[in-house]
Design a protein around this ligand. Structure first.
Ligand code: CUA
Length: 153
């Protein structure tokens, strides 16, 4: 008898849990906090700012530069970029095909690039050196070959 009560209790908890997750994901549209704006993933190349990947100086904003990346299996565009030391940079990235990762090793940048979404992160590069951007979401046969470099000088 007691076993039955516990079983019902357990299943009830499971149902409540799954309902909460389901409602939050599909109804409220919860997603990783870095994925804020949407984009048509088939028109990435002609959509601003992704029509011009790379580092761009900006005026009148809280950050000095915008660093635009387009990821696709299995590379990032640009493949290498030079960033001035101490610059406050807003990284803006998206993917043209599948989910890719965007982790800048040795920094606090670690984003998920989802098709149809734009991921953004603002940071200051205050240590000189070379930083490796790696893909940390498995994206296919060339996943381990997918990288880009940021050189802070
Ligand atoms: Cu791109 Cu793994």
């Amino acid at each position: 008898k007691l076993e039955k009560i516990w079983l019902i209790l357990g299943i009830s908890c499971l149902i409540i849990f799954l309902t909460t997750v389901g409602v939050s994901a599909f109804y409220l549209g919860n997603k990783p906090p870095s994925c804020l704006t949407t984009i048509d993933s088939e028109k990435v190349d002609t959509t601003k700012p992704f029509d011009k990947p790379g580092l761009h100086k900006v005026e009148g904003k809280e950050w000095d530069y915008e660093l635009v990346y387009v990821a696709s299996a299995f590379s990032y565009n640009p493949a290498k970029v030079e960033v001035p030391l101490g610059a406050k940079v807003k990284v803006i990235a998206t993917t043209k095909d599948v989910i890719h990762g965007f982790e800048v090793a040795g920094t606090n940048i670690n984003m998920m690039l989802e098709p149809g979404y734009v991921s953004e992160y603002t940071t200051t590069f205050d240590k000189a050196g070379e930083y490796l951007i790696v893909c940390n979401e498995y994206c296919g046969s060339g996943h381990h070959l997918m990288f880009s470099k940021i050189e802070v000088v």
